[in-house]
Ligand binder design. Structure first.
Ligand code: 0L1
Ligand code: MG
Length: 256
């Protein structure tokens, strides 16, 4: 696909995100390859960076069976994070800018050094400065939250916002920590960090591989969102959203 067409699709997605308006799927009609889809994503993110946003890291998507089943797409994907997507722990979150937002429980990594293109699990762990319980706000820009693999890759893996809880040194085993996602005091999703590819560290290794293959090796200071441990829950105004994670504490926000 030529760069002109890629730019046009990127603009369509970027506008949809900016104005909170859903658009029809396009991957099939456009004959989008995976490479084209990631090129659309990169071009849409470049538009955000041109508007003054700063790159903060990488998000991994569809890293759990529960997520794959929920959206009917069965491949691990990745997307790019910027500072404009960061929301403060405990702060109100206005849903006005979203189309049909959902929230999912994740583990976040903070990197203290760059990662090689194909790290071992030990090398990946060595690069981790801290880990934290985290909530991702996803919001497909496609109508009815329906998409194919190409669509969702182009749409930056539905990335919209992220909230990071307290950081902890990665001294403890985080491969199987119990977690509860509650909305208004009712447990809606119960799971474990093991839901993330069997061990969230595998997700970090995949992030390093996929990001380096795109010419963007993981950097010191970047955040990597490891991916949803459970299915996502729909968000509506007036909710209190809370993630409690074994050993790592809580992260929360109130929707308005
Ligand atoms: O973070 C995720 O797993 C989202 C990937 C895209 C699919 C979705 O919107 O749920
Ligand atoms: Mg996610």
């Amino acid at each position: 696909m030529n760069q002109e067409r890629i730019s046009l699709l990127a603009q369509r997605l970027d506008d949809a995100a900016l104005y909170g308006r859903a658009i029809p799927q396009f991957a099939e009609a456009e004959g989008l390859s995976m490479q084209d889809a990631y090129a659309v994503q990169a071009t849409a993110i470049a538009r955000r960076l041109q508007r003054g946003e700063h790159r903060t890291g990488v998000k991994m998507g569809l890293t759990s069976r529960a997520k794959m089943v929920q959206v009917g797409v069965h491949d691990v994907i990745w997307g790019r994070l910027t500072d404009a997507m960061a929301e403060a722990d405990g702060a109100p979150l206005s849903l006005g800018r979203f189309v049909h937002p959902r929230v999912e429980p994740e583990l976040a990594f903070l990197l203290r050094q760059p990662l090689p293109a194909k790290p071992s699990m030990a090398e990946a762990l060595e690069a981790v400065a801290a880990i934290a319980p985290a909530l991702e706000i996803i919001d497909s820009r496609f109508e009815n939250f329906k998409f194919s693999l190409g669509d969702v890759i182009a749409d930056n893996a539905s990335s919209s916002g992220y909230v990071i809880g307290p950081w902890h040194a990665p001294g403890q085993d985080f491969s199987n920590l119990g977690l509860v996602l509650s909305i208004d005091g009712v447990a809606r999703q119960v799971g474990s960090t093991a839901g993330i590819l069997g061990n969230p560290l595998r997700s970090l290794v995949s992030a390093a591989v996929m990001s380096a293959a795109a010419g963007e090796p993981l950097q010191a200071g970047w955040i990597v969102m490891a991916g949803g441990a459970t299915a996502a829950e729909p968000l509506n105004p007036g909710q209190h959203v809370l993630l409690e994670m074994q050993c790592l504490g809580r992260v929360e926000f109130n929707t308005t």
